[in-house]
Design a protein around this ligand. Structure first.
Ligand code: ZN
Length: 350
């Protein structure tokens, strides 16, 4: 067994927390892409953006006969203003798939086309228990029964328009990042910023130890995963393998937890490439990396997006365990460490 390359866990956690605090709902990812680009630059990896805004870096390897790709997504769940109501409040259209109740009471930023960031919060239209009684509990949560209350003096449609807010503006939900001394990190959007932080920490550890990947490796930071076509483009035609780094949902009936890396064998889109999946499992086992194998019922990934777009490559999926995915999420540093270790083992493997 090769000597393990050590991971800088402070770098890993600091990068993750910085990234979590940069709003990046699908379609509005420029700042988070720029941050990631600067992190790659610090490591000496040159990257560029595709016309779609995807970040792509090419990392020369010891060989180039079977080039590899690693993809993780920077975009997160969010919303867009779909209507300014007569009472000055905002109706939302969802970006990505989540239950409306998961954002109830959350603070948000309205990112206006004029460049302003205006604070607000997402509430039930009939939110006050003193006025609406038990309806507050029984109303189904959806786009019609929920709205954004803006933290500005605005009681009419005109007053809201005067703030510079318009239909089509992006809305980002507060991540509410909190890390505990026990090693937990609780935040929205760990999906998939935890994956990106692991990818950066793996590159940092390899470059710090003066190691090259076994094959020429493409680092692909996708920006439209939550709407299904993130990695459909931006990967080179000679790619042989693609490993998507994305979160592993933790919950009832799943093997995944917050303390292992998960290798996903199958999701809604079908099985991942059997040989590549087995190889990742073998790498984890031989390097004594704590891992799980899991199957997800309601899950799709950028690996699948590339397959559906015609990518003729082997595809596998691995990632950190995330509790309460697409809600107020949580993971543990043990899972982030194991994920980073498995990425390193894969990069080094022949
Ligand atoms: Zn994801």
């Amino acid at each position: 067994m090769a000597k393990k390359i050590s991971i800088d866990e402070t770098y890993l956690q600091d990068t993750l927390i910085q990234l979590l605090n940069i709003p990046s709902p699908t379609g509005y990812t420029e700042a988070a892409i720029q941050f990631t680009q600067s992190k790659l630059e610090e490591l000496g990896l040159t990257s560029g953006q595709t016309p779609k805004g995807t970040l792509v870096a090419e990392w020369p390897g010891r060989t180039n006969d079977k080039p590899r790709g690693l993809t993780a997504h920077i975009d997160t769940l969010g919303a867009m203003v779909s209507e300014i109501k007569q009472n000055g409040r905002l109706k939302l259209s969802q970006l990505g798939g989540y239950a409306w109740n998961s954002i109830e009471g959350e603070g948000c930023l309205i990112l206006t086309s004029s460049g302003r960031s205006i604070r607000g919060s997402v509430l039930l239209t009939k939110a006050s228990g003193h006025i609406h009684g038990e309806k507050v509990g029984t109303t189904p949560r959806d786009g019609d029964t929920m709205e954004v209350r803006i933290d500005e003096r605005s009681l009419t449609m005109g007053e809201t328009e005067d703030l510079g807010i318009s239909v089509g503006d992006f809305v980002a939900f507060d991540p509410r990042v909190e890390s505990s001394p026990s090693g937990f990190i609780r935040s929205r959007h760990l999906d998939d910023k935890a994956g990106i932080a692991c990818l950066l920490a793996a590159a940092q550890a390899m470059i710090g130890a003066d190691k090259k990947p076994s094959q020429r490796t493409i680092l692909h930071i996708s920006n439209y995963e939550e709407v299904g076509h993130g990695a459909a483009a931006g990967l080179p035609g000679d790619l042989f393998e693609l490993v998507a780094i994305d979160m592993a949902p933790v919950g009832e009936g799943q093997t995944s937890d917050e303390f292992h890396v998960t290798i996903c064998a199958k999701d809604k889109g079908g099985p991942y490439h059997h040989k590549l999946t087995r190889r990742l499992e073998e790498l984890a086992r031989s390097a004594e990396i704590p891992y799980k194998i899991d199957v997800y019922p309601f899950y799709g990934s950028d690996g699948e997006a590339y397959w559906r777009a015609g990518g003729d490559v082997r595809v596998a999926l691995l990632g950190p365990g995330i509790d309460a995915s697409h809600s107020y999420e949580r993971t543990h540093v043990d899972s982030l460490r194991a994920t980073t270790q498995l990425i390193i083992a894969y990069l080094q493997s022949p």
